[in-house]
Design a protein around this ligand. Sequence first.
Ligand code: SAM
Ligand code: SF4
Length: 317
Amino acid sequence: MRDQFEREINYMRLSVTDRCNLRCRYCMPEDGVCKKPHEQMLNEDEMIAAVEAAASLGIEKLRITGGEPLVKRNIMSLCARAAHVPGIREVCMTTNGVLLPKLAKGLRAAGVRRVNISLDTLNPDKYAYITRMGTLDQALAGLDAALDAGFDKVKINAVLIGGFNDGEIEEMAKLTLTYPVDVRFIELMPMLDQPEFGERAFIPYTRVLETLPQAVPVRADGGVAKLYRLPGAKGNIGLISPVNAHFCAGCNRIRLTADGKLKPCLHSADEISLKGMTREAMRETMRQVIFEKPACHAELSASQRSQAGRNMNQIGG
Ligand code: SAM
Ligand code: SF4
């Protein structure tokens, strides 16, 4: 359906858990999540009811996210049921990839069509630093498993962090020469009070283009990324600029958190609880929330943090 500003809202990001097997420094605090009682989280039936309600309002694309979606015990069943909801044309997932060697084939069989893997660096020490507890080998094994499993598309998401991985832009972009993957560079969003990410960490997406003068523009695929390609590459380079060139005017998405909060805008604290509602009540609430989706969020910068009111692991990106 269309919102009050005539934007077609057809995409929902469903965060199935706020728990994670990593602790990326820009995403969540080291001491993890404050565990909410089980009863306060959406259960599988409620998540599926919410997907059905959303689909009946014109949501066609569903992205399963987290926290880390693959640490959720019932993830296969959730994906399989979501993929069968009438109106849902595509179920995709964003994951850190660590558990893909075990789960990639099952996910594909359950109906997940596309997978985005978060990978910010190709340096083992830096990977261990940024994730606080992961190893690069695990993430790369996850990438291999995703490529083997036959997904329609595999993408790599790298958060651009000045002073951390800005020296690796070329090396990461060159993964598109070797593998049939898109590599997307995402501007760091100021979510947490992060002393280690000062002004210098927030570099604009244009830095990627300065580093890769040989990249040529490619027609956009309907997503938020500006697309480029290296000569001879098997995949695209995507630039996602939530800070320096936000895409609110074309925003087509809503978000549902694992505790049942519907968020019409990533960077607004506005959220409406669907927990405990019937499917019909969810549908009516969603209809209103979609219609009233705000035009835009407040400015973001190193000094003006997101007003989301949650850490990214509690929203899903
Ligand atoms: N655990 C999964 C993963 O890492 O892919 C899914 C959840 S994670 C919150 C979703 C995406 O949000 C990841 O690609 C992650 O890099 C990104 N993300 C988290 N915090 C961010 C921030 N402060 N700025 C930009 N992207 C961020
Ligand atoms: Fe976990 Fe993903 Fe956040 Fe990293 S970005 S801490 S993998 S939820």
